[in-house]
Each structure stands twice: as C-alpha cells, then as structure tokens.
Design a binder for this molecule. Structure first.
Ligand code: NAP
Length: 490
C-alpha cells in the first residue's frame, strides 16, 4: 500500500506533476491546486496551461502523426499491450492517486484501473483488425477498394467521475487507429491522467503521440483546439450542456465530434424479478461512485406487487452502506466531488419531500470528525413521482427515489419520457419480457438483469441528448478512422 502523503509529495518527476508535451514533462508559468475531496487536504499544484502550451501540444501531435500513423499496426498494438500491463503493475499506486483526488473508495479505484487497462488490451487486438474492403465493380476494367485511415490529431476532454477510464476509452482506440492526441482532463482530477501519461511514456509510446494539458480554464483549451484546423476531431465526455456547445463549435471547421453526455437511467423492478438480484443490482447501480456515474440508476421504478417488500429490504441495505474517506477499507460511500454537487443533491431531496416523497433513510448531510468534504448520507425516498426534480434531472448523488408503477406499458412510457437515453436497467424472470422491454426502451445501453453492463468489447453510448456516436467495442474504432474509397481503372 502506498502511503498517501508520499503520493501527495512524491509526484511523478522530481519537479512534481506536470503536463506532457512532445514527450517532455512541462510546467507552465501559472498553477492551480488539486485537493482531496474527502478531507480538503491540499495534494499538489499542477500547471495551468497557457494558450501557447496548447498550441505547442497540437504542434507535437501534428509532428508525431506521420510516423505513428504509418507504424505497422501490430507494432502499435504491441505498445498498447505494454501500456495495459504497466497499468496493472502500477494498479495500487494509480488507485491511491485516484482515491486521493476523486474520493471514490479504494476498491472501486482499483477496479477502475483494471477497467482502464482492459481498453488498451482489447484495442491492441483491434489495431490488427483495421480491415478495408474489396468491392465487385460493375465493369471489367475497374477494381474498387476501401481503406481505413486515422482521422489525424484528436482532442479529448474528460470528466472527473472516472478520471482514468474515461480517458482510456478514447485514448486506446485513437492510438490503435494511428491517431495522435491532445487531452485535457477535468480540473478536479488531473493526476490520474498524468499517471497514465507516465505509463504511456514508460511503455515506449513515441514522443508527441499523446500530449496532456492541464488547465482550470477549459474555455481557453476549446478556443485553441477549435481555432486549429490540424485538430480533426474532438471527443468529449461530460455534461450535456457543454457537449451541445462543443457540437455547435464543431460546425465551423466541420470537425468530427463524439459526445458521451449525461443520463437519467431508469431502473425497473417487475413483480416477477428475483428480489435478491434486483436488490444487489440497485445498490450497485445507484451507489457506485456515490451515485456520480452517467449510467447510475436515477429513477427506480418498482411494480406495485413487490413495492413494499423491495422498499423495506432496499432501505435496510442502504442503512448499512459505510460512509467515509475512500482510503478507509470499510468505506462504500465517499464524498461528493464538491459543494455544488452537494447543493444539487440537497435541492433534489428538498423538492421531493416538499412534493410528498417520504424519507426512508438518509435525507441529510453526513458529518463526522476528520471528514471535511461534501458528504451526503445515502438516501432512499418512498412514493417519489416521475414529475419530481429528482426524477427529471440527473441527481449525481446517493439518492434513490422509489417510484411505484402498475403495468409494463406504463413503465416503458415513464422510462422513455426524458431527453436522455444512455443506460436503462430492468429485472424480470420472464424472458419474453426481456426481449420486449429491451426493444422498447429508447436507450443505448440496456442491462437486463445486469446492473454493470459496461465492458471494453461492447458499444457504450446514448440515444437522444445523451450523446453522439459510440465508444468501446469494434464500433469505438470507427470514431478514429476515415473511410477512403479508391477506384482503380485498369
Ligand atoms: P462538465 O462540466 O461538462 O465537464 C467535463 C469536462 O469538460 C471537464 O474536463 C471540463 O473542464 C470540460 N469543460 C467544461 N467547460 C468546457 C468548455 N467550455 N470547453 C471545453 N471543455 C469544457 O461535466 P462534469 O460535471 O465534469 O461531469 C459530469 C457529467 O459527465 C455528467 O453529466 C455525466 O453524466 C457525464 N458523464 C458522461 C459519461 C458518458 O460516458 N456518457 C461518462 C461520465 C460522465 P473543467 O474540469 O475545467 O471544468
């Protein structure tokens, strides 16, 4: 186990945590602080990039593109495999850094590092399968073929809730495709991305292929990447609001854009579900990362026949969830990321109770000596309704509104009545219903008797305002490849 004070002091290089530009650890004239959300402890300062730094990163990515994109695909794949192996070798260190800057329990952070490594391992294989096509011509004196080529320099912007995995889900396919990258992590959690940059360098990724910029002025970063026509693609994971703004800006130079945005996941428990499986699934989906995931259950619909039984058993389990510092092995629920996140949770609970929901457990801040962060007691609300704020907006906190329903038709209508369409879950033992409901839900990811469906080899992304395009899986490569058709006259 790495000592947390050691991480805070030790950093990556003798000069501390820095940006990676053109293969060199790089400082900037200004810095900003990274703090532990569980304790308020100051961890370290990181560079606050200037516009010039971003331009230097784009220059490096642009210069590195010709050799990286023409390197034989199996050689690129071999480097990705080394990255995956090194991530696992450093799992304990990286998990500790993540818990310190993000707050999630150490066991979840370890899981996220393994998930992060799985993207590099899986896309190492995909690098070797960038197949084109040979198409039968309509005339004898022509040959038609299609080849796939890397899009070019890609900009990546990632959120704080999965500081390693959200970057890996973009970076691994981009590198496999032969693209070069300029990435900007969220300002609350830059250290995990810097650790990944160190792993990439140590695994032999050539200089300039992956450049990392840190700043607390994200508008400056987007101004630079949108002004530069060498940046051919922007891949973003974060809020729908910022995603829409980036989509509008992408029009100017018709930059390719991929968006992984917010969600409002329904979690449906039918009368015929296995109660134990539904309970375990609801706890995992709702409370993982303290409810701060884009795919977490935001509305729990429970059919009338099982409602009381489910509510009682679920509440008993939620009361057992240990709240604390993520470095403490007993902790299941860490802090919220900041005071704004806390305010949103408080607003949603207040609105629900004012409008008739009943608090079965929680419903208030969590306080304990030594914990200075924004902690909220895991909360269950009975008799919630689909029109409450807590069910209309993404809460992003440990609050479970239980909403009763009568029929399959009714719950499908309620579940689809949102502008979001990322993930949806349901529990039933009826396999005809599994197919029927899976087909009827307007969501990009369906967990049928499965609360944790995300894996490197399957597509991840949303319908409606939850995003554009897909990450992961073989379709995740498409985002980083251009299609070139070649017609050859004989
Ligand atoms: P956010 O405020 O949109 O921030 C996400 C990233 O965008 C951060 O790096 C942020 O930088 C940056 N950003 C903010 N304003 C920008 C601008 N004007 N130009 C360029 N970049 C800008 O979202 P968040 O609060 O960090 O993350 C939570 C949201 O992400 C939730 O809605 C969640 O559902 C969504 N999410 C979606 C997925 C998915 O796969 N669909 C996965 C995880 C999270 P700063 O940190 O400097 O503000």
């Amino acid at each position: 186990m790495i000592d947390s004070r050691e991480i805070a002091r030790n950093n990556l290089s003798s000069a501390g945590y820095q940006m990676m530009i053109g293969g060199a650890w790089t400082n900037s004239s200004k810095t900003f602080a990274v703090n532990n959300p569980a304790t308020g402890q100051h961890l370290t300062d990181v560079p606050d990039a200037s516009a010039q730094d971003v331009r230097a990163a784009i220059d490096s990515a642009s210069k590195a593109l010709p050799s990286w994109s023409t390197m034989p695909a199996p050689s690129r794949g071999a480097i990705l495999r080394k990255i995956a192996a090194l991530l696992m070798e450093r799992q304990e260190r990286l998990a500790t850094v993540m818990t310190l800057e993000q707050g999630k329990p150490l066991a979840e952070a370890r899981g996220e590092i393994a998930f992060t490594a799985s993207f590099f391992a899986w896309y190492a294989g995909e690098a070797e399968r960038i197949y084109g096509q040979s198409i039968p011509a309509s005339v004898p004196n022509k040959r038609l073929m299609v080849i796939l080529q890397p899009v070019g320099v890609c900009a990546m912007i990632t959120p704080w809730n999965f500081p390693a995995a959200m970057l890996a889900r973009k970076l691994a396919p981009a590198l496999a495709a032969g693209c070069t990258v300029v990435a900007k992590p969220a300002e609350q959690t830059p250290l995990s991305a810097m650790e990944i940059a160190a792993v990439c360098a140590d695994a032999g990724l050539p200089s300039g292929v992956f450049n990392l910029i840190t700043t607390n002025d994200p508008g400056m970063f987007s101004d630079q990447i949108y002004a530069d026509t060498r940046v051919r693609k922007v891949s973003f994971t974060g809020s729908t609001e910022v995603g829409k703004m980036l989509l509008r800006r992408s029009a100017d130079h018709v930059k390719r854009v991929s968006l992984e945005l917010g969600g409002n996941a329904p979690f449906i428990v039918f009368d015929d579900a296995s109660l134990d499986a539904a309970l375990a699934g609801a706890i995992a989906s709702k409370y993982r990362n303290n409810g701060q995931t884009c795919v977490c259950a935001n509305r729990i619909f429970v059919q009338r026949g099982i409602y009381e039984k489910f509510a009682d058993a679920f509440t008993a389990k939620v009361k057992d969830l240990h709240v604390g510092n993520g470095l403490d092995a007993a902790t299941i629920i860490g802090p919220l990321i900041n005071a704004e996140a806390f305010d949103k949770v408080q607003r949603h609970v207040a609105d629900a109770t004012k409008n008739g929901a009943r608090v079965l457990t929680g419903g208030a801040a969590f306080e304990q000596a030594g914990l200075k962060g924004a902690f909220w007691t895991p909360t269950v609300l009975a008799n919630a309704r689909a029109d409450m704020m807590v069910a209309r907006e993404e809460t992003f906190g440990p609050v479970a509104p239980l909403i009763p329903f009568e029929s399959e038709e009714e719950v499908i209508r309620l579940a689809n009545d949102t502008q979001y369409g990322l993930a949806a879950y349901f529990y039933t033992r009826d396999y005809a219903r599994v197919i029927r409901v899976s087909e009827a839900l307007e969501y990009g990811i369906i967990g049928a008797n499965d609360a944790l469906p995300a894996v490197a080899q399957a597509p991840f992304g949303g319908y409606k305002e939850s995003g554009l395009g897909r990450e992961s899986g073989s379709v995740g490569m498409d985002a980083y490849l251009e299609v070139k058709y070649i017609s050859i006259g004989l």
